[in-house]
Design a protein around this ligand. Structure first.
Ligand SMILES: Cc1cc2nc3c(=O)[nH]c(=O)nc-3n(C[C@H](O)[C@H](O)[C@H](O)COP(=O)(O)OP(=O)(O)OC[C@H]3O[C@@H](n4cnc5c(N)ncnc54)[C@H](O)[C@@H]3O)c2cc1C
Length: 546
């Protein structure tokens, strides 16, 4: 779908997705539609995937997201679209096979937001190169015709030539293989917009506050639109709880809630400059450490002009919207990165630091104080009241998870069965544009795919608020976020439509005021001082004091 020129009479019309409903129209539809086939709670990867799949099959769908799309875990991933080499080592071939199939599907349906990436694994003992080499060849074979490139065994000098930022001391060899990367938060917004284009009513800043029961059955959701405070009820044949690590809070609203499903585990990332991981000959390559001192996998990934270092796996009991990294996690990542990179990153080098919570599913016998051993697979559960809860899994498999959710709805008799596979060949908005620039390069118009021309036609296309290489953040990107990408707050723009908060938190803090002025202009009302100050505080939380 192409964006057309904005019609622009009132502020609410100006923020509309052309050919799509405005926010007031969406709210009106939610308020007045007597009954939906599905109401989805949660606008992360999981809920948005379900909304798009169901809408593409012709069901009527409403989705509410309490904060913003991907505000939860779905903006805090390592940004890999992967089968999971680690799960292959654990012998979970089915999980890896499914994820590799989904990797190919996503690369095809959203080439502006998900692309292949080469990885180098350094080896320090003689047996490691053949050992990991065989495993990674199996990973390539498992992908079959969907393989992105050959796995190769490398000598030490070849490994260094491929990844000049590697620590040369003690290097005995290496293995190179292919996987893929993406921009998670932009993909989430794109899923929301694609679902809307398919007829779904998808709204951010609107929370599910109560479940509606008729007898023992869940038959609807009471929601609160956060900007006005207005509450109204959405009636549905089927209510899907896709609230990520917060699914248990939604289950507690049901009458038959017994015990929690989720064992949350925190993962932290540090972001440093790109020159800690220079690519050879202009090619971007990632580093994977197969076994850190605590037995985990560590990545250094080139992403949007910077380098991501992570991650950790720390059990956590509380579920804050903005989890804070622990001192031990920071030391661990810096220490491990320092062992494998030629230039060891220091605290002062960190441009942004953020944490996310994995919604790992508890199974009988799992050791909850060791979340590394808890399954990464997803679970779909139908309660006696008929509410469908889906959690766990990975970003990579969001589409397959959505198909499973619909299959369970059919099996439970909540919806009439309709054929699946509809989203397998469904391009997401922007997919049909040129793809000359890598996601590893600084952010730019290329991330907008076929919508880049519309972006560049907005005021301020050449006015850069923040510059990184050939890219950065332009005034037009801020305007596009509010007009066409459903951004409502300063944080929506600076954390998720643009990823500046995740790339360079000091710059995000510095730009808060000028960006707020543009956002206010586009919304037709000023951003108030409280919002500005809350964003500055958040940006400080993403900074690491030396
Ligand atoms: C550190 C880390 C690294 C990861 N790396 C990768 C990776 O590289 N590749 C990969 O494939 N996967 C990765 N994952 C996993 C992946 O990010 C998650 O599986 C996925 O994002 C979960 O999405 P979700 O929609 O289930 O949850 P969320 O994204 O958390 O979405 C749930 C949403 O529900 C909303 N919500 C909660 N309560 C309500 C309510 N009452 N009303 C309305 N809305 C509500 C929340 O605001 C939230 O936005 C990683 C995870 C972590 C933590």
């Amino acid at each position: 779908m192409n964006l057309t020129q904005n019609r622009g009479t009132t502020p609410d019309e100006r923020i509309a997705l052309p050919q799509s409903p405005t926010r007031p129209e969406l709210i009106q539809r939610l308020r007045t539609t007597p009954r939906w086939d599905l109401v989805v709670i949660g606008g992360g990867a999981t809920g948005l995937g379900v909304a798009l799949d169901a809408a593409a099959r012709g069901f009527t769908v409403a989705l509410v997201e309490a904060e913003d799309f991907a505000k939860g875990t779905s903006s805090r991933a390592t940004k890999l679209v992967h089968g999971g080499v680690r799960y292959l080592a654990q012998g979970n071939v089915a999980l890896v096979h499914e994820a590799l199939r989904e990797r190919a599907t996503l690369l095809h349906n959203a080439p502006h937001l998900a692309q292949p990436l080469a990885f180098v694994m350094p080896c320090h003992r003689a047996w490691e190169t053949p050992f990991y080499g065989i495993g990674l060849k199996a990973y390539q074979w498992l992908a079959g015709r969907r393989s992105l490139g050959a796995t190769r065994l490398l000598s030490a000098s070849e490994a260094l030539a491929q990844l000049p930022g590697l620590q040369a001391d003690g290097l005995r060899g290496g293995v190179s293989y292919w996987d893929a990367q993406f921009d998670d938060a932009r993909l989430a917004t794109t899923l929301a917009r694609t679902a809307i284009a398919r007829g779904a009513a998808v709204l951010n800043h609107c929370a599910a506050v109560r479940l509606v029961h008729e007898g023992e059955r869940v038959t609807g959701v009471e929601v609160q639109e956060r900007e006005s405070g207005e509450q109204f009820t959405l009636h549905a044949a089927c209510v899907i709880n896709a609230a990520g690590v917060w699914v248990d809070a939604v289950r507690e609203l049901d009458r038959r809630y017994k015990r929690p499903m989720v064992a949350p585990s925190q993962g932290v990332h540090l972001v440093v400059d790109r020159d800690f991981l220079p690519g050879a000959g202009g090619h971007h390559k990632a580093l994977i450490v197969p076994r850190t001192r605590d037995g985990r996998v560590l990545f250094a990934v080139p992403w949007l002009g910077k380098t991501l270092l992570g991650t950790t796996d720390t059990p956590r009991e509380d579920l804050p919207a903005e989890p804070t990294p622990l001192a031990g996690e920071i030391e661990f990542i810096l220490g491990e990165a320092g062992r494998y990179l030629a230039r060891a990153p220091q605290r002062a080098d960190v441009r942004s630091i953020w944490a996310g919570l994995r919604p790992l599913v508890r199974h009988k016998g799992d050791h909850e104080d060791d979340t590394k051993t808890i399954s990464r697979e997803h679970v779909v559960a139908v309660s006696r009241s008929g509410m469908v809860t889906v959690t766990g899994g990975k970003w990579t498999t969001y589409r397959a998870m959505a198909e499973d959710v619909l299959a369970r709805c059919f099996k439970a008799g909540l919806l009439p069965a309709r054929r699946g596979g509809v989203t397998e060949h469904l391009p997401l908005l922007g997919a049909d544009g040129p793809r000359a620039v890598a996601i590893a390069a600084p952010p730019g118009a290329h991330l907008y795919g076929s919508e880049a021309a519309q972006l560049q036609s907005l005021p301020g296309a050449d006015r850069w608020l923040w510059r990184d290489g050939d890219g950065g953040l332009s005034e037009a990107m801020v305007r596009f976020a509010v007009r066409f990408e459903m951004a409502r707050t300063l944080e929506d723009v600076l954390a998720r439509r643009s990823r500046l908060l995740f790339l360079d938190a000091r710059e995000a803090e510095r730009l808060a005021e000028p960006v707020a002025a543009i956002v206010g202009e586009e919304l037709g009302r000023p951003i108030d001082a409280a919002q500005l100050s809350a964003f500055r505080q958040l940006a400080q939380q993403y900074q690491l004091r030396p």
